[in-house]
Design a protein around this ligand. Sequence first.
Ligand code: TXA
Ligand code: MG
Length: 310
Amino acid sequence: MLKQDIEQAVEILRNGGLVAVPTETVYGIAADATNGEAVAHIFEVKGRPHFNPLICHISSIAMAEKLVNISPQAAALMQKFWPGPLTFVLPKKNNSPVSGLVSAGLDTLAIRMPDHKATQTIIEELDRPIAAPSANLSGKISPTTAAHVTSGLGNTIDMVINGGDCKEGIESTIITFNNDQVIILRPGTITKAMLIEAYGPNVSEFKASSDGKITAPGQLASHYAPEASLRLNVTEPRDGEYLIGFGDIKGDISLSETGNLRQAASNLFKHLITADTLTSGSIAVAPIPADGIGLAINDRLKRAAAPRDK
Ligand code: TXA
Ligand code: MG
């Protein structure tokens, strides 16, 4: 890999651009994880109609320690398997610099240290974590060569780093902890048997019950929901409602005064959490156009507004 390619990639990321990067599993579309608008752009490029939380890629344990709380058990597994295809979902630190959009408003963050020299060097030189989902369009398979990335995403991203074929070829194993139990959230090439060998017998696969509800205790919820009730498509707030505005509808706080959807996406979870903290009543949200990344914003708002068991 040419030194000047790495430098160019770092420069692009520093300026909020997107770079496809090789890892040992699959190629990822990377953005500076601390730049919310750059992260919002990832969802736009993937054509995802909804926001999934993304994996934060780091180049050292010291960098990870600034983002999440690492228990001694997690640290032991990191020592054993990093760099490598094992992702940890861990409690986010309060002062983490990572954009709320990366973890889609959840209070956990997924992190891993990829085993690929070029990408490690990019993260090191950027000196910030990168958020990177697999570099495929929504609904297509994950690319394992630079040519696949280019044919899928074309010129919608700023640069593709050609790091050769991915040696693993499938996405990383994702784990979390429930007390001392390791829970496998997504299977991958680090197998249950390998985890048991390293950790002991207290390892199990995550299972949702037959009705699709999450039964494991702990914070495995797949999406953020505020405490307050949420009313959508509001142009006139009711008394006592905290209004999150957009465009011409100003509100108490605005997702984007200029009606910029990428900016709105980057502010979405941050503003919902702020509104939830500031209001004891309900939260109202101005209409958001349902096109492009607006589809993902509306999807998350609908989920956040859905009646739920508490
Ligand atoms: O091998 C990989 O992991 C690749 C390379 C590029 O590193 N990345 C990847 O990212 O597969 P993506 O975005 O396609 O998949 C990330 C998965 C999603 O299924 C998401 O739901 C889960 O990680 N995830 C991320 N953050 C989470 C969190 N806080 N809690 C639970 N699941 C999380
Ligand atoms: Mg994927």
